[in-house]
Design a protein around this ligand. Structure first.
Ligand SMILES: NC(=O)c1ccc[n+]([C@@H]2O[C@H](COP(=O)([O-])OP(=O)(O)OC[C@H]3O[C@@H](n4cnc5c(N)ncnc54)[C@H](OP(=O)(O)O)[C@@H]3O)[C@@H](O)[C@H]2O)c1
Length: 259
């Protein structure tokens, strides 16, 4: 049991950040603090995590890092625009100036940055320019978490903190619909949000975290077998065809072969 708990600062905590907050709380090694633009979500207080309001300027972030003695800053800020660069440049600058916080995990959490660094499309104008800033400095250790899709999107909404994204993820677990990406035979990779959170906790314990994206952070690779989903069958839907948005109906029928 460690005698002093390291402080982990979490910026922009929402759905994915909630898993990491819970896993950090469950660990005897860490204490966490949350940076938010507003007053925070009710569950922050329920978990007993201290909340620090910020406008994401360097002085504001630096003051929080230094007063809390944070050693690692993890961002979950969900911003698809170039503003991501400004905000993350401020996070990095604050870490560089901080006396204690020399580790940064920026808000990536999607994709495969080694093979497809510019996918999803918004990465070209947000994540990639910031990756260059990370590479140009040496004072702050950093890690990109690239995890493919979260497996949580296979779950109905009551079983996950992740908000449903029915038009993005190929399976809509709440509306019983699905569509096929590519031929349907291409390999896909997904990881449970809870496992991502546990991996983050392990990384925080490591003395020397990896400095670049680590494909081993991804979940097991598998083939997306679209007609053998565990909870039903892909068919033409009950309305005689597709739904007009490229999605097909999933039938939760008991006589369907499952895998
Ligand atoms: N691999 C996957 O399948 C997958 C799925 C979902 C998300 N992700 C990624 O995981 C990360 C977190 O996503 P999430 O779904 O957990 O996010 P989320 O719940 O939608 O939002 C996280 C928080 O970001 C903060 N935020 C949003 N816009 C901001 C801005 N312009 N400036 C500063 N803060 C802002 C907000 O916090 P405050 O209001 O408290 O400031 C918000 O609660 C993102 O990078 C996202 O792309 C990956």
């Amino acid at each position: 049991m460690p005698t002093t708990r390291q402080v982990i600062a979490l910026a922009g905590v929402g759905d994915l950040g909630r898993y990491v907050s819970e896993e950090l709380l469950a660990s005897s090694h860490f204490e966490s603090v949350i940076l938010t633009r507003g007053s925070g979500q009710p569950w922050f207080t329920e978990l007993g995590i201290s909340i620090h309001k910020t406008d994401y300027t360097v002085p504001s972030i630096l003051s929080i890092l230094d007063t809390t003695h944070a050693t690692t800053l993890i961002s979950f800020i969900n911003d698809l625009t170039p503003t991501y660069i400004t905000t993350h440049a401020a996070l990095l600058s604050a870490c560089r100036q901080s006396a204690t916080c020399k580790r940064l995990i920026p808000s990536e959490w999607i994709g495969d940055s080694e093979t497809y660094p510019l996918k999803p499309d918004y990465y070209a104008k947000s994540r990639e320019p910031f990756r260059q800033m990370l590479k140009e400095q040496k004072e702050v250790e950093w890690t990109l978490f690239n995890i493919g899709w979260l497996a949580d999107y296979f779950l109905p909404k009551e079983h996950t903190y992740m908000k449903p994204v029915p038009l993005e993820f190929p399976v809509d677990a709440n509306g019983w619909r699905a569509h096929v990406r590519g031929t349907g035979d291409e390999g896909q990779s997904w990881t449970c949000a809870r496992d991502v959170a546990r991996a983050v906790v392990e990384l925080c314990k490591a003395n020397e975290p990896p400095h670049a994206s680590d494909p081993q952070n991804a979940g097991g690779h598998t083939t997306f077998v679209y007609d053998k989903l565990k909870y039903g069958r892909l068919d033409a839907g009950t309305d005689g065809g597709g739904h007009g948005d490229g999605m097909l109906g999933l039938s939760p029928k008991e006589d369907i072969e499952t895998t």
